[in-house]
Design a protein around this ligand. Sequence first.
Ligand code: AMP
Ligand code: ZN
Length: 456
Amino acid sequence: MLVSLYNTASRSKQEFVSLEPGKVRLYCCGPTVYNYAHIGNLRTYIFEDLLRRILEFNGYEVTHVMNVTDVGHMTTDEDAGDDKMEVAARRENRSPWEIARFYEEAFFHDTARLNILRPHITPRATEHVKEMIALIEKLEKGGLTYRTAEGIYFDTALFADYGKMARLNLTGQRTEREEVVADDSKRNPSDFMLWFLNKPTHIMQWTSPWGPGYPGWHIECSAMSMKYLEETFDIHCGGVDHIPVHHTNEIAQSEGATSRPFVRYWMHGEFLLMGKEKISKSKGGSINTLQSLIDAGFDPMAYRYFCLQAHYRTELNFSQEALAAATAGLRKIYSLSTENDSLAQNEEGFAAAKSKVLAVLNDDLGVPQAVGMLNFYNSLRLWLAFDSVLGLQIAEHVHREEEPIPAQVQALISERSAARAAKQWAEADRLRDLLISQGYEVADGPEGAAVRKKVI
Ligand code: AMP
Ligand code: ZN
C-alpha cells in the first residue's frame, strides 16, 4: 500500500518511494549518553519506532541505524561550552568512558521497557573516529575547512546550499548565534567544529593528522550514517531541535564531501512539553525519566499509549492526569475478549476495518486516528492485527489474563476467605497484601472476592 510521509525538506507530505524497491535505509540520531534519557527523548524514539514498524507492516525490509553519541556533544548544539560527557564525568566522579557505557545500557533498558525495537546497528561515536577523520580529510581536500587554535572548522559560506533544508535565514541566524560563539577566529558564526584541538584537559583524545583532539558531534552522524547506509539513503529522523543546527550541518558535511544528495526524506518529531516548558535531562525532582514514572506507579506501556494518542508532528503536554487516563484506556483494551467481538467471525467487516486503519497509518503515521478507530471498533481481533505496529503488547496482556491462577495463589485466596468468614480482618488484610505483592488484583464483592492477575 502507498505510504506518504511529511518531508521537512519540502515542508509537505510526499508519497514515499524507497531508493531500492522493498528496502528502506533509515538513520535516527541516537542518545547522548551522559544521563538517563528523559521522557521527551523517549517520545522521539517511540515516533521513530512507529515509523519503522509501519514500514515493516507494509512489507519493507528496513535497515535501522541509530548512533550512540559518547563524545563531542557540547553543552550547546553550536559547539560552545563543555563536552556533555566530560561534565557528567566530573559530576559523578567517574571516567567519561564509564559514564558512556552506564547510560548507554540504561538507555537500551528504557527503550526495551517501552517495547521500542532495537535498531539493527547502533554504532558508537568513539568507535568510528577513523571514519570521521577520513571524512574531514575529504572535506579538507575539497577546500571546505580551515584551522584555528580551537580546531578544524567547516566553512559554511563555501557550501552553497547551507541551511536549505532548515530554511534558515542566515542573517537572522548570525545575530541569534553570536551570543554563543566561543571562538572569535571563526569566519562565519554558523561555521562548526569538525575536530577539536588543543583541549588538554579533555579526557577522551585521539591522534589525528591535525594533532590530538576529538571529533565534533555533527561529523559523527555523517560518518556513521554513510558508513552503514551508503552516501544517499532514504530517511533520516530526529527531534525538531535538530533541524537548524545538527541536521543542517550533517547535510553540509555529507554533501560537501560526496557531492551527492545525502537524505531523501527528513522527518522530525515534535517536543514533549511539561507544563509548557521543554523537558531537560538535568532538571531533578519531577517525573522526567521512565524510571521516575514507574516509581510513581505507572506502567511503561501506558506511557507508550499516551504518546500514541498525539501525532508526532504536534507538541504534546505531559501530565500525570493524562498518563492516568492513558492507563485506564489501555486497561480497557487489555480487558477485551473475543467473546463479544463483533469482528471475530465477520471476515468482510474485519478486512474492511483493517484496511481503513492501515490507510490512516500510512498517511504520514496517522497513529492517533488509528487508535481512535480501533477504540471505536472495540474489537480485540482488530487490535491484535495491529499489535505489531503499535507495539502495545496486547497479545501478552490479554493472554496473561486467561492464565489459570496457580494452586498456591488459590490456597491464599481460600485462606483469606476463611479469615474473612471468621472476621479476622487483620489476617485477611495481610493475605490481600500478599496477593497484591504477587501481582494479583483483589476486589471484594457480595459474592466473595474476585481475584485476577493484575494487567498493568
Ligand atoms: P539527545 O540525547 O539530547 O541527543 O537527544 C535525543 C533525542 O531526543 C533527539 O532526537 C532530540 O531531538 C530529542 N529530544 C530532546 N528533547 C526532546 C523533547 N522534549 N521532546 C521530544 N524529543 C526530544
Ligand atoms: Zn545526529
